[in-house]
Design a protein around this ligand. Structure first.
Ligand SMILES: C[S@@+](CC[C@H](N)C(=O)[O-])C[C@H]1O[C@@H](n2cnc3c(N)ncnc32)[C@H](O)[C@@H]1O
Length: 433
């Protein structure tokens, strides 16, 4: 190990890259080095994850992040768990930035005199080498024995512009970290506690390959896959929580980070282990009927394989027809409305409403008049087009609806979708919860 940084005394000397974290209301300014900012975990995402960690029973010891980058996730973990941390970072300037950021987090939380902060250290060196890291810490603090590690966090760097997101491209590699640390992790009743922060773009097969690598070292260890989304239907993070960090009853979790940092994340838990499949529902071609309900779900929720688990919490409809299962607008239709009166559940849908009209026509500028007539018959004052259209046509068609409806006297809000596999357009009225 070349250097050990004490966050209490590390200065910003030589560090030139810094920026306010946008998710922290710009109150936290983080330092980065060598273009480390795109690799860093946004503060709000880091916090949401650390909050989930506080619900677990971790064994005694340090929180370790063996590729800690700018130290943001490590800073959130140690602050919320109130436990000392060890960060390891190959790039010495980033290791220094980590120490500075951990100091900023402690100051921001008025915890600069806390024990956990005083005992935290950042090492610049190879995070794969558990023996050397533990020996360096023991030597630094003059411990009689090796430090005990309660929890391992690993967020490996991935090459930018990688097409394959291959497991061998991760730095450090998972298998090398497992080998280097397996003897040094403290075990609880469920084995060691580990969180692997992986690429959201890993294919189903690559996820299975990660599990196989884990099983080679900790055969049969409990596991929970966690998909995190900050909205717009995108998966921002995919993580595998293992052993003491896994939630024993749940194979999957979907964590929706809310729009503001003061709200708690919405968590959907359930699903089947990924060895049974990707959990994406079966598509059925069944034409929706007037009077039924149509819902466009959050695409990230569907991708996590937990959509049916969530749906079962908000409707008694046992018959859900999946019209579209992939892409930006996954769609279902169902007999009964969804009960989504709370804000968190509302984040799981893009739109939901009752079908009031079906039109067997193509959506074009030329057919807008005919569709506006249908809107007026149904007392609609505003209609959002949620059908796939070329980007240059979409605003023109939406504009045509907006202009024509604004001159009339409807009262209801609606949206329009294209039924997949046919030329049927479906108009749905949004009903107040
Ligand atoms: C994705 S970043 C981690 C970001 C971090 N979670 C944060 O919140 O800022 C991964 C880091 O691993 C570092 N790294 C790569 N190989 C390493 C190794 N063998 N040992 C320690 N760090 C390594 C890279 O320099 C990079 O900064």
């Amino acid at each position: 190990m070349s250097q050990i940084f004490d966050p209490k005394t590390t200065s910003t000397n030589g560090l030139v890259e810094f920026s306010p974290d946008k998710t922290a209301g710009k109150e936290l300014v983080f330092y980065h080095a060598d273009e480390g900012q795109p690799l860093a975990t946004p503060w709000q995402v880091a916090l949401a994850r650390s909050k989930l960690l506080t619900e677990l029973q971790l064994p005694e010891g340090y929180i370790l992040d063996c590729a800690c980058g700018s130290g943001i996730q490590l800073g959130a973990h140690i602050a919320l768990l109130q436990r000392p941390g060890i960060g390891v970072e190959l790039n010495p300037a980033r290791a220094q930035a980590s120490a500075v950021n951990i100091q900023s987090i402690a100051n921001y939380r008025n915890e600069s005199t806390a024990d956990y902060f005083a005992q935290t250290r950042i090492l610049s060196g190879d995070g794969r080498d558990g023996a050397v890291v533990c020996a360096s810490i023991a030597d630094h603090f003059q411990f009689q024995s090796m430090p005990s590690i309660a929890f391992l966090h690993l967020d490996p760097a991935r090459p930018r512009n990688s097409r394959t997101h291959g497991l061998n491209e991760m730095a450090p590699r998972l298998d090398e970290v497992f080998q280097g640390w397996k003897k040094h992790l403290n075990h609880g009743p469920a084995g060691p506690s580990i969180l692997l922060d992986l690429s959201p773009r890993l294919s189903h097969q690559q996820r299975l390959d990660v599990e196989a690598m884990v099983d080679q070292v900790w055969q049969g260890i409990a596991r929970t896959w966690v998909w995190t989304s900050r909205g717009r239907g995108r998966i921002d993070r995919l993580a595998l929580w293992l052993g003491g960090a896994a939630s024993a009853q749940h194979a999957r979790r979907f964590v929706r980070i809310p729009p503001t940092i003061t709200e708690d994340a919405k968590v959907v838990s359930g699903g089947l282990p990924i060895k049974h499949g990707d959990g994406i529902p079966q598509q059925t071609q069944k034409t929706p009927q007037r009077g039924e309900y149509m819902t466009i779900l959050d695409a990230a929720l569907v991708e996590s394989g937990l959509a049916n688990d969530w749906i079962s919490t908000v409707t008694k409809s046992d018959e859900i027809t999946w019209n579209v299962v992939e892409g930006r607008r996954p769609q279902i239709h169902h007999q009964k409305p969804l009960r989504i009166d709370d804000e968190n559940n509302r984040l799981m849908v893009q739109a939901t409403g009752r079908i009031v009209a079906l039109a067997h026509t193509k959506l074009m500028l030329e057919t807008v008049d005919e569709l506006v007539e249908l809107c007026l018959e149904n007392d609609i004052s505003q209609l959002t087009v949620r059908a796939p259209l070329p980007p240059d046509i979409q605003p023109k068609i939406q504009g045509a609806f907006d202009r024509q409806l604004s001159r009339r006297h409807g009262r209801r809000e609606a949206f329009l979708i294209q039924h997949s596999g046919s030329e049927t357009l479906v108009i749905c009225v949004v009903e107040e919860a």
